[in-house]
Ligand binder design. Structure first.
Ligand SMILES: NC(=O)C1=CN([C@@H]2O[C@H](COP(=O)(O)OP(=O)(O)OC[C@H]3O[C@@H](n4cnc5c(N)ncnc54)[C@H](O)[C@@H]3O)[C@@H](O)[C@H]2O)C=CC1
Ligand SMILES: CC(=O)C(=O)O
Ligand SMILES: [Mg+2]
Length: 583
């Protein structure tokens, strides 16, 4: 994909030249060659040396590493993105393992908590970080979208993908209101880095519907609507207005629902999934990524795959979404009926094991997995539940730091030769246990993945270094989005989500398999996203929902992979690209 900007000519049109000079996408500062500097009246405005992209990157990395805290690094990267977007993405792609945790979990969690305090550093006027849609603006939605289009560096490059949140459940941090905008911004940066979506065509949206977190309402720097959230009737009507306006302005946009509270997440997905081009990342993306890690974990565990007993601690959008996806695994791969497969799952929440006769009114999304075969048994503590269920796999999605404590981990290790323990809550401080404690309390026998990456662990007294898996939906949504924007299916089917998970599971290379990894190394994320995109396109074709003519003609996986690769945006490396066709 080229970055070409065809007209008007920046050397002939003063307005276009001014725009170019002020554009973080086009103007790459110190690498601009001297003849271009002259033509654009830049002489004297930058030091006289003509830089290389490599030097620019080295200098920016040096500055990044000088920052003392991760939040300072986040703010530096946000500033860099708004100043020299191509350098930002070049650095991210070349240093994925170092920078991903700074723009995504865990640091994005701290950034969201502080969002109203750091915003001036993030969004200079004229370069919106995204679209803020307040409850008070519901009658002016067309104006909001027009404003956004007018603020775009290239209005003809309309958004093709959006991540939308209402900030009501940001990671495991609770209701952050408008401060949640950091999440759509971070997720879309990963779409660009991990799957080559064009950064100019990504649209972060935060629905500013108030917050029920009083400490934000009382914070004089809080930048969102200072009121409690609306009731359900108002909420669904408001989202509906936004969905209609969004698709009126951007008819083909792919919509990712993100970090809506579980009370709304399931209903929004079932309301929109058939008629809108959308999916829910916390339910379906997380479901797919954990299914993929589970498929690889099952191969390492010395247990007949059909004998697994899976206990979830946490039964929100993520817990129930993952459980449903794993249930499909037993149905599709092992021929179970849905009812039989369901019996392999026990879910627990803050009140203990979820049973039909527990005595409280279960939220609708918890009913499906509520046990009926418990003969009146109820267990409150996690340890009691483990003793009752005797799980082979323990999956944490409850955002309670450290609940997989020494006693829990030791019990899992007593019950299993290779216990599967996935503390998946984000950010890092919310993880149910650390990798080090999981290793220590299971005699290093654990099969492990966490939502946020933990450092590697050196097995005491040996040279062996064990690398933890990162079960985070970032391994799925970028490739899913790439595949979806290419195939343009009418909707995202369950079989497409399943195909994405299988493709991710199958994408481990020999080295990764030899190291018993559950997920591919992050440095290969673009290759992996190509595989996931291909799986999405292939399944969309099989399901008869793909609308894109090119994809419909490209039948083979290799041709689809090539098509995906060709459509990936790359930050420029060539000096002559910087003035594109105008030079
Ligand atoms: N690794 C990944 O890719 C993903 C991780 N997550 C993480 O999953 C977590 C949960 O997300 P949601 O399901 O949407 O949130 P949620 O708030 O709807 O669900 C939390 C669940 O945990 C339960 N819970 C709360 N306190 C508990 C306790 N003390 N003991 C047992 N259960 C307790 C709640 O009853 C609820 O069922 C978050 O930390 C989020 O960051 C979410 C999506 C993707
Ligand atoms: C990773 C993610 O989507 C979450 O923690 O909500
Ligand atoms: Mg999420």
């Amino acid at each position: 994909m080229t970055n070409s900007r065809h007209s008007p000519n920046i050397f002939e049109d003063e307005e276009a030249a001014r725009h170019w000079v002020h554009s973080s996408f086009d103007n790459q500062g110190t690498v601009v060659p001297s003849d271009v500097r002259d033509k654009l009246h830049l002489r004297g405005l930058v030091p006289s040396g003509i830089d290389s992209f490599e030097n620019q990157e080295e200098r920016a990395m040096e500055q990044l590493r000088l920052k003392k805290t991760d939040l300072e690094k986040y703010m530096f990267l946000a500033w860099l993105k708004n100043t020299n977007l191509q350098l930002f993405y070049r650095m991210l792609l070349d240093n994925l393992e170092e920078i991903t945790p700074l723009i995504y979990t865990p640091t994005v969690g701290s950034a969201c908590l502080q969002y109203s305090h750091i915003l001036p550093f993030l969004a200079p006027p004229g370069q919106p970080d995204g679209l803020f849609i307040s409850l008070k603006d519901l009658d002016n939605l067309d104006e909001l979208f027009r404003n956004y289009i007018e603020a775009l560096p290239e209005p003809e490059l309309t958004p093709q993908i959006t991540v939308i949140t209402d900030g009501s459940r940001i990671l495991g941090l609770g209701d952050l209101g408008v401060n949640g905008m950091g999440i759509p911004v971070g997720k879309l940066q990963l779409y660009v880095a991990a799957a080559g979506l064009d950064p100019r065509r990504t649209l972060p949206i935060c629905l500013d519907f108030g917050t029920n977190t009083d400490r934000f309402l009382e914070d004089k720097l809080y930048l969102g609507l200072r009121q409690h959230r609306p009731d359900d009737e108002q909420f669904f009507a408001a989202v509906d207005k936004v969905m209609k306006a969004l698709t009126r302005h951007f008819p083909n946009i792919f919509i990712q629902f993100e970090d809506f509270s579980s009370e709304h997440a399931f209903d929004l997905l079932s309301k929109y999934r058939d008629d809108y081009f959308c999916f829910n990342d916390d339910i379906q993306g997380t479901g797919a990524v954990i299914l993929s890690g589970f498929i690889n974990a099952v191969q390492q565990a010395p247990v007949d795959p059909r004998e697994h007993r899976i206990l979830f601690h946490g039964a929100g959008s993520a817990g129930v979404g993952v459980a449903k996806q794993l249930m499909d695994y037993f149905v599709i791969e092992h021929g179970y009926s849905e009812e039989e497969a369901k019996k392999k799952f026990w879910l627990s929440d803050s009140k203990g094991l979820i049973t039909k006769d527990r005595g409280d009114r279960l939220a609708q999304h918890k009913v499906f997995f509520a046990r009926e075969d418990n003969d009146g048994h109820q267990s409150k503590s996690l340890l009691e539940t483990i003793d009752y269920v005797k799980p082979t796999a323990l999956i944490g999605l409850c955002a309670q730091s450290g609940v997989f404590d020494e006693a829990v981990l030791k019990r899992m290790a007593e019950l299993n030769e290779r216990p599967i323990v996935f503390p998946l809550s984000n950010p890092l401080d919310n993880a149910e246990c650390t990798f080090a404690s999981a290793m220590k309390h299971t005699d290093n026998r654990v099969i492990f993945a966490s939502g946020t990456a933990f450092p590697s662990y050196q097995v005491p007294g040996t040279d062996e270094i064990r690398v933890p898996g990162q079960g985070n939906n970032m391994y799925i949504f970028p490739g899913l989005g790439l595949g979806a924007t290419l195939a343009k299916p009418k909707c995202i089917t369950d079989t497409m989500i399943y195909a994405a998970a299988k493709s991710l599971a199958g994408s481990l290379n020999d080295d990764e398999k030899a190291h018993n990894l559950l997920y591919p190394r992050l440095t290969r994320i673009r290759e992996v996203s190509v595989d996931v995109a291909e799986a999405i396109c292939t399944q969309a074709l099989k399901d008869g929902v793909a609308k894109d003519d090119v994809v419909r003609r490209l039948k083979t996986p290799e041709a689809l992979r090539e098509h995906a690769r060709e459509n990936m945006w790359e930050p420029t490396r060539k000096t002559e690209d910087i003035v594109h066709s105008n030079l």
